[in-house]
Design a protein around this ligand. Structure first.
Ligand SMILES: *[C@@H]1O[C@H](CO)[C@@H](O)[C@H](O)[C@H]1NC(C)=O
Ligand SMILES: *[C@@H]1O[C@H](CO)[C@@H](O)[C@H](O)[C@H]1NC(C)=O
Ligand SMILES: *[C@@H]1O[C@H](CO)[C@@H](O)[C@H](O)[C@H]1NC(C)=O
Ligand SMILES: *[C@@H]1O[C@H](CO)[C@@H](O)[C@H](O)[C@H]1NC(C)=O
Ligand SMILES: [Cu+2]
Length: 364
């Protein structure tokens, strides 16, 4: 790590006043997240032991120790990874329950998730419900894997702070039979359009070339393709079958999947309000700052970069589970604001809309 980066990081750590972590945590992202998570778990344990916590537990019969425990992909054993992959593949084969008049492109149960996400895109991003909506969607997906496909585990997540230089070396994306598939095959193109300008093409761009999702098919989208060669869907929910594509790139993860950014979000300047926190995650595009959420979409590229139909790529659910984890840490560390929301009911208040309310229904 460069000296200047380290120096500002140390300042952040000092002012963040949270991590009594070993020196290792400052250069090792996985350790930094783990150290903060341990602190968060301790806070929640303490709360659970207060009178109110005990009453809540007695009423709901659901102590925190009963919670389903989500883990990082590489923390799953190889047989556990295979169980998860099998359940996702099952969901991608079960028939759709969507009304075919409404969503002619929805053919599988998996597509039903893509359908609601496409239909709601303009009211769930850069809105007051962004975090809650995506948390709920991922939780329902996890329930579907369990209830419809017999999965016994919990939704795993993507460790953002590892393999930023070489996504294809991570156990999640290395193309082995215990990964979520590898990069797309090489497809010549001129780059990807992002919210902060054009990114150079990576070494993929074509159909997924290896692993369990090799040749996987997407039926819906893309609605707003960001790369040449992706066949734009004739209408948002039309049937547009094609192979799912990826184009891994390193620029975004190297720049935004950093310890600095993670600590800023959870304990630093970007953590002081829900508005600052969610903006820092989704990006400050005017500042050329992509943010960890948008970054995850961008680093996978191709289909995962389409704002509307990105969740065609099953890795997106691991991405959102990580987003949820960071949000959960933020909530525990800012308990007075943990139920606060900020933002309107339409994307970036366009078209004009009122502020979102906690009582708003999540349209799924
Ligand atoms: C980073 O930290 C994790 C968790 O503490 C540890 O397992 C891993 O070996 C560390 N990696 C390096 C390169 O230090
Ligand atoms: C589609 O979106 C519209 C507008 O947000 C909403 O009224 C409708 O209920 C949605 N339909 C489905 C099936 O999600
Ligand atoms: C890539 O090609 C498209 C049209 O095919 C064009 O609109 C776009 O500007 C090009 N991008 C770059 C970075 O040249
Ligand atoms: C931390 O977040 C604040 C608020 O968005 C931002 O102004 C600042 O530049 C960020 N700092 C770093 C080191 O990213
Ligand atoms: Cu989304």
């Amino acid at each position: 790590m460069q000296f200047t980066k380290l120096a500002s990081l140390l300042t952040l750590l000092a002012t963040g006043n949270v991590l009594a972590a070993p020196i290792d945590a400052r250069s090792n992202g996985t350790a930094a997240v783990q150290a903060l998570q341990d602190k968060v778990a301790a806070i929640l344990e303490t709360k659970g032991n207060t009178k109110k916590g005990v009453e809540n537990t007695a009423r709901t019969g659901c102590p925190v120790s009963n919670a389903r425990v989500r883990r990082e992909w590489s923390a799953l054993s190889k047989p556990e990874r295979k169980e998860y992959i099998k359940a996702v593949q099952c969901l991608r084969e079960l028939p759709s329950k969507s009304d075919p008049e409404f969503a002619p492109g929805a053919r599988t149960c998996y597509d039903d998730f893509v359908t609601v996400h496409i239909n709601n895109t303009r009211t769930i991003h850069a809105t007051g419900n962004f975090l809650t909506y995506h948390r709920y969607l991922a939780a329902l997906y996890e329930e579907a894997l369990i209830n419809e496909c017999g999965y016994k585990g919990a939704q795993p997540y993507w460790n953002w702070l590892a393999y930023q230089d070489d996504l294809h070396k991570s156990p999640m994306l290395d193309g082995s039979d215990t990964s979520m598939g590898g990069n797309g095959e090489y497809f010549a193109h001129n780059g990807s359009k992002t919210a902060i300008g054009w990114f150079q093409p990576g070494k993929g761009g074509g159909c997924i070339a290896s692993g369990p999702f090799k040749g996987a098919v997407a039926n819906l989208g893309p609605v707003a393709p960001t790369m040449n060669g992706l066949p734009k869907s004739p209408s948002p929910l039309a049937y547009n079958p094609r192979c799912l594509r990826r184009d891994f790139t390193s620029r975004a993860p190297q720049t935004w999947f950093t310890v600095e950014n993670f600590l800023n979000l959870t304990t630093g300047a970007a953590s002081h309000s829900i508005a600052a926190f969610q903006t820092e995650l989704q990006g400050r595009f005017g500042d050329g700052f992509l943010g960890m959420h948008t970054e995850g979409h961008q680093s996978l590229g191709a289909d995962a970069a389409d704002l509307f139909s990105s969740i065609n790529d099953p890795v997106l659910f691991l991405h959102h589970a990580m987003l949820d984890r960071v949000d959960w840490m933020w909530q525990a560390l800012h308990s007075c604001q943990s139920r606060a929301i900020a933002g309107t009911r339409t994307m970036g208040k366009s078209p004009p809309s009122d502020d979102a309310q906690v009582s708003d229904e999540l349209p799924i």
